[in-house]
Design a protein around this ligand. Structure first.
Ligand SMILES: [Zn+2]
Ligand SMILES: [Zn+2]
Ligand SMILES: [Zn+2]
Length: 472
């Protein structure tokens, strides 16, 4: 496996004992307390997280649920929109709601499409080769499109000078730009402030950042966009921890400023992340089909080296000697593994879909009139006219739910779920104390296929259905 050759990272050796503590499974009691507190603070009184020696972590019902009931709306701990998806969808960088207006969304996407930014032959071709082990999903605006509209029309949609009929039924929050850079946008000042405090103040490439750090950050982002955008979300995990650490440090000013006390603050800041750990990325990622099994070692070493390159670039930008173990390759690999081995991505449906459906449902006379205006835009957008917002995210409670091939719950976004939360609904009546299970895979396939897909998550399923269908 990939760990066979020595790590290229000096910090891995220098801070080996601290790193071992960071990546260790948290003690049972500390984990139980963490989840009890989280559930209480978010008022998710319908569930609890249980630990058993046999099945590990799991989520149980704390009350009865009827079919279709909402079980949980789980807020993202750390998440990020896929780089390519940013071309198709303008969403709040903190809560992932669509922002601006229907006109802004349509105009922006067609504008990028018209200058070729979203076509297959640009970025995408390059990034594919080295996009190893990525679960980044595709963006919709990749098709060549001959229905180009005049640039000035698209620009006037973006600026708000031109409006489309009936979009007032689909108003979106106004765009609040980051106070530093032009990369991040928000649905509100409160999302902008939260993002700044939680992750972005260390990652902003805008005017508030000193220029040496700024250019280092730009190099890091460029590398991630060209190789695997999972590094962007890994960087957010690190800044999330660093900023929590700094806050804790201010709160405990009276304490001695020793290496030991600093490390215990780092452990505390790191706690929410430590709960979600699985395995090292390069050891656990499934071997792509085009890689021969005898090349497995070199493949795993190659993606480890890619992660190391990314980490070096990130260190150039935000390294903090007090939190040095956090910048080790070992920790970076575990952070990435946590996202790659997760079963639920970030998805938010596009309001553009609802908009065109609304136009289609109008009474005939109104419909004809509206369509005269909207038709060219719909044609230009093409088949995938309503690409959803997609990205990588970690949901602290949803990720505790175990898999079953006959699950009693599922992740499902209802019409009112317009942000990045994970929404879990009951598929059948669930009684108090029953375990709540979801399916990590498409469960409508035969036994062997299910087991093969679940092998990527590192377990053999022994759910009631698998027990029954298991060949003798
Ligand atoms: Zn927001
Ligand atoms: Zn910024
Ligand atoms: Zn099963």
């Amino acid at each position: 496996m990939g760990g066979s050759s020595a790590s290229p990272c000096d910090l891995d050796r220098e801070f080996a004992p601290q790193i071992a503590q960071l990546i260790a499974t948290p003690p049972l009691q500390a984990a139980q307390e963490y989840y009890d507190e989280l559930i209480q603070s978010k008022k998710h009184d319908g569930i609890r997280v249980n630990f058993s020696s046999k099945h590990g972590k799991g989520v149980c019902a704390n009350k009865d649920f009827a079919e279709g009931d909402l079980i949980l709306k789980d807020q993202i701990l750390v998440g990020s929109q896929h780089s390519l998806n940013k071309i198709d969808c303008a969403v709040c960088s903190y809560c992932f709601r669509f922002i601006g207006s229907i006109e802004f969304q349509i105009g922006r996407r067609l504008y990028w499409q018209s200058i070729g930014l979203s076509s297959d032959c640009t970025d995408r071709g390059h990034c594919h080769e080295s996009d190893v082990g990525s679960s980044a999903s595709s963006s919709g605006a990749t098709k060549e499109n001959s229905n180009t509209l005049p640039e000035e029309v698209l620009v006037s949609l973006i600026t708000g000078d031109k409006s489309l009929p009936f979009t007032d039924h689909f108003s979106l929050p106004q765009v609040v730009p980051c106070c530093g850079c032009e990369e991040e946008r928000y649905c509100s000042q409160s999302c902008a402030d939260s993002d700044w405090e939680t992750y972005h103040s260390l990652l902003c490439t805008g005017s508030k950042t000193e220029s040496s750090r700024k250019s280092a950050l730009q190099k890091f982002v460029e590398h991630a966009n060209g190789s695997n955008d999972i590094f962007l979300v890994a960087a957010k995990v690190i800044t999330f921890t660093l900023l929590r650490y700094k806050k804790l440090k201010i709160q405990s000013e009276f304490q001695k400023n020793t290496d030991e006390s600093n490390f215990s603050l780092l452990m505390e800041a790191w706690k929410p992340i430590s709960m979600g750990f699985k395995k090292r990325w390069w050891d656990s990622v499934a071997l792509p089909e085009d890689v021969d099994s005898c090349d497995e070692d070199s493949f795993r070493q190659q993606i480890r080296d890619l992660a190391f390159t990314s980490l070096q670039l990130l260190k150039d930008a935000i390294f903090d000697p007090e939190c040095a173990p956090l910048f080790s390759l070992e920790v970076y690999g575990h952070i990435i593994g946590m996202f790659e081995l997760n079963n639920l991505g970030l998805v938010v449906a596009s309001p553009i879909q609802d908009y065109f459906i609304h136009i289609d449902d109008l009474p005939d006379d109104k419909k004809e009139e509206a369509k005269k205006v909207t038709r060219p835009f719909l044609d230009a957008l093409g088949e995938d006219y309503a690409v959803p917002c997609e990205g990588t995210a970690f949901f602290p409670l949803q990720s505790c739910m175990n898999h079953s091939c006959c699950p009693n719950a599922k992740a499902f976004k209802r019409d009112e779920d317009i942000d990045g939360h994970a929404v879990i609904l009951a598929l059948k009546p669930i009684r108090k104390d029953d375990e709540i299970t979801i399916s990590y895979i498409d469960e409508d396939v035969p036994y062997e296929e299910r087991q093969a897909q679940l092998a990527d998550y590192g377990f053999i399923c022994a759910c009631p259905r698998c027990q029954e269908e298991k060949p003798y």
